[in-house]
Design a protein around this ligand. Structure first.
Ligand code: FMN
Length: 232
């Protein structure tokens, strides 16, 4: 399978990338799925210009701006699995990631509004089943902090899935860079800066959570990458 990973965080080595790398271990770098291919892209490293709102793409499916969009669209078309992972910024996606999704609206989707009161969205990409994995990472300790990001990405990629798997993951309470991979002493330093009554309890909770998230991400990768089909 061809696996495309879109990393929405600009922070290399951050929590989003750490989770994505676990998904990759589960989907690509395991013994079951030796033939899977991978492309991992940090969106902030691409040159994607903001949408100008000309609406031409709605009719033509093309955008006149010369940047990295068409190359990325080609990769999305190539993929059998899309993993779209984002930190939560201001309850939504980071700006550069949202810019990409604005630009994808008309080139990836065709909107049919010919029937009054009805709006249907079709994919302009090759029609094939794509498994979609969505990951949101939040600093806040509430799962609902991730809902906006997950819900938005789900709406975007639904026309591309064509009945493929949709898996979601919400990772919360992660603020510091690389927190997800921190050892106990590093987490203790982090906890020391916080005004919580029981720092040891917090460190234990963070350690447990890190393990659970790494495992969840790995399993997400196994499912998306087709481990089940291969072992049947
Ligand atoms: C500009 C900015 C805005 C943020 N806004 C939110 C927010 O609204 N809700 C939240 O839970 N976390 C918020 N965070 C925290 C990040 O989601 C959190 O630090 C996450 O672990 C970053 O992922 P990364 O390490 O992959 O970059 C914000 C972080 C930044 C830098």
């Amino acid at each position: 399978m061809k696996i495309l990973v879109l990393v929405g965080s600009p922070r290399e080595g951050g929590n989003t990338e750490l989770l994505v790398d676990e998904v990759i271990k589960g989907s690509v770098n395991n013994e079951i799925n030796e033939d899977n291919e991978l492309e991992k892209i940090f969106i902030s490293n691409l040159n994607i210009l903001p949408c100008t709102g000309c609406m031409e793409c709605r009719q033509t499916g093309k955008c006149d701006q010369e940047d990295d969009l068409s190359q990325l669209l080609e990769r999305i078309n190539w993929s059998d699995v899309i993993i779209s992972a984002s930190p939560v910024y201001g309850n939504h996606l980071p700006g550069h990631f949202k810019v990409l999704f604005d630009r994808l609206v008309g080139v990836m989707h065709k909107i049919d509004n010919s029937v009054p009161g009805k709006l249907t969205t079709y994919s302009r990409l090759d029609k094939k089943k794509r498994n979609i994995g969505l990951i949101a990472v939040a600093g806040a300790p509430r799962e609902s902090s991730c809902d906006q990001v997950i819900g938005f990405m789900k709406r975007v990629f639904t026309p591309e899935s064509n009945g493929g798997l949709f898996l979601e993951m919400r990772a919360i309470g992660l603020s510091a860079k690389g927190q997800l991979a921190m050892a106990e002493d590093q987490l203790a330093e982090l906890a020391a800066k916080l005004k919580v009554p029981d720092k040891k309890q917090l460190v234990d909770k963070m350690l447990d959570r890190n393990k659970v998230y790494a495992q969840q991400a790995f399993e997400m990768g196994e499912h998306l990458g087709g481990a089940e089909q291969e072992t049947e």
